[in-house]
Ligand binder design. Structure first.
Ligand code: NAD
Length: 249
């Protein structure tokens, strides 16, 4: 029970096979009261219900200030505190550099980068009052190696932006005992990647992964549990690679 009685928000956690959903489930199994925030209200409420009666599902676009404000008000009204925020919501587009239009840039950067900023800004005042908190931001190996398999350059930029933002928040919030860390997942089998790999592509990718398998959502969830809980009590500003050895640096 690493998160007993902690209140933990996970964004983008309604997707059934997603990293957020798996993280929310593991957090609930570890005693947290989990708040699932995703775009669709019905899906969020259902995902929270599946975890148990004490959890909460809310609809919000993490890139919309008003939505975020409303969601956090509801969290505080129900639980009175926020201990953990996992900035997981993200979208990806497999575009080449010359094909990125303003709308693509806005969509991808808004969810990962603006969303991480707005959600963090919304919970920081409460964490500061408590003098404790853990913020976990989901970046990507794509930020580290200049492109993943499915994300375009704007996705790499958004996820690299998340690394910088998280490190800067870690410095500023350390004196308030608020820790901020990132996870950089490699290729994890979720709906973002589902059905998009041919057998040949899959084999090619596996030759570059020392652990010789693609990742599962639970691999990332376990890393999130480590960063969210006191197991990582002296770590802030770090990037935890969860990529099977795809990038050893
Ligand atoms: P997913 O598509 O299964 O889940 C993403 C969730 O985010 C969805 O439920 C979606 O509705 C939600 N979402 C999208 N835009 C939102 C918004 N504006 N506000 C609120 N919610 C929103 O994807 P996943 O594979 O579980 O990815 C989760 C995170 O991990 C993303 O940030 C992704 O970029 C990152 N990531 C994934 C992989 C991978 O291989 N799957 C690798 C590296 C990083």
């Amino acid at each position: 029970m690493l998160l007993k009685d902690k209140v933990a928000i996970v964004t983008g956690a309604a997707s059934p096979r997603g990293l957020g959903r798996s993280t929310a489930k593991l957090f609930a199994e570890n005693g947290a009261k989990v708040v699932i925030i995703d775009l669709n209200e019905e899906a969020s409420v259902l995902a929270a219900k599946e975890l148990g009666a004490e959890h909460l599902g809310l609809a919000a676009n993490v890139a919309d200030e008003k939505d975020v404000e409303r969601a956090i008000e509801q969290v505080i009204a129900k639980y009175g505190r926020v201990d953990v925020l996992v900035n997981n919501a993200g979208i990806s587009q497999p575009l080449k550099i010359m094909d990125i239009k303003r709308a693509n840039y806005d969509a991808v950067l808004d969810v990962s980068l603006r969303g991480t900023l707005l959600m963090s800004q919304a919970v920081i005042p409460f964490m500061r009052k408590q003098k404790s908190g853990s913020i976990v931001c989901i970046s990507s190996v794509s930020a580290q190696r200049g492109g993943g398999i499915f994300g375009g350059p704007h996705y790499s930029a958004a996820k690299a932006g998340v690394l910088g933002l998280a490190r800067a928040m870690a410095r500023e919030l350390g004196p308030d005992s608020i820790r901020v860390n990132c996870i950089a997942p490699g290729l994890i089998q979720t709906d973002i990647t589902a059905g998009k790999l041919s057998d040949e592509q899959r084999l090619n990718i596996l030759t570059g992964i020392p652990l010789n398998r693609l990742g599962d959502a639970i691999d990332v969830a376990r890393a999130a549990l480590f960063l969210a809980s006191d197991l990582s009590s002296y770590s802030t500003g770090i990037t935890l690679d969860v990529n099977g050895g795809m990038l050893i640096h």
